[in-house]
Design a protein around this ligand. Sequence first.
Ligand code: TLP
Length: 348
Amino acid sequence: MKDYIELRSDTTTHPTEEMREAMGSAPVGDDVFGEDPTVNALEALAAAKMGKEAALFVPSGTMGNITALLTHCKRGDEVILESECHIYYYEVGGLSALGGMVPRSVRGENGLMDPKQVEDSIRGANIHYAPPALICVENTHNRGGGTVYDLGRLAGIKDVADRHGLPMHLDGARIFNAAIALGVDASRIASYFDSVQFCLSKGLSAPVGSVLAGRRDFISRARKYRKMLGGGMRQAGIIAAAGIVALEKMVDRLAEDHSNARALAEGLSKIPGIAVDLSTVVTNIVVFDVSKLGIGSDAFAERLSAQGVKMTTRPPYKLRAVTSRMFTAEEIPIVLEKAAKVCSGFLG
Ligand code: TLP
């Protein structure tokens, strides 16, 4: 019996039994010496899944992104990214604090930039400007509501990048959710990018870890930055073992999280006082607005939590529900009933 219904994040997923078994029996070595066979196996598998030459196991998505940015850019370089993307919004300003980079943000629609906006943000050579050095894309886009860049849009941005000689980094924390929504292999999405970070510890349910993938020379340089950031781990095979199970066994079931999110969003949209843009709900994230109730997101989340349903807030008026293995279809009507109850308290 669960204490509460978990919709805060897919980061809350616990490892599966199979992961725990694999972790218990994983062969290990010192990964800073490159001698951990399980980490090496995970990196080879991850590189193959992304269609890249090499990959690097990192403790978190945040470290994967900052490692990539440090490898692509030098101090004073400009990084073009979307204004609500995780690298800009949620990574503690690491690109500037640690890398001396200057973000140039582009306001996308539900997190999605279009190629022309990216092109317009690239400034020509001028003594006053920080030189543009990298374009970052987030797919799926977290704050956009789990929205997905289709391949045409990615090809358009890649075309802009090529014409300006700029490399591209993908924050693909949820690349497999994007791949399922598009009905393509994740490597198709990755093919537009020089580097890709994706998370094992979100919907794929591994307890820890992300992977950065790219060309072999890029990954050997990234390995040095990971060490600088303190991310050189030792017998990391213990956690990499769960990552292998995540990649081999946990990808296809993400479709179930998508259909649960859709059903949840449709139900929420029918509750007086709640507004949901259903067109954005294509993966495992539902963002909804409670401003019509005359209260803020924190007040709504507190009352919902008191009813046993946990979500995160998007202040001032939005909340986010993320579906994962920690949430089942049977819980959808319960969440809808509790949410309606909270709303009715404000509508009189
Ligand atoms: N996102 C977390 C929070 O940090 C907001 C979540 O609950 O969604 N890129 C994207 C697109 C992400 O959503 C996240 C985590 C990361 C990177 C960072 O991954 P971690 O948490 O492993 O550093």
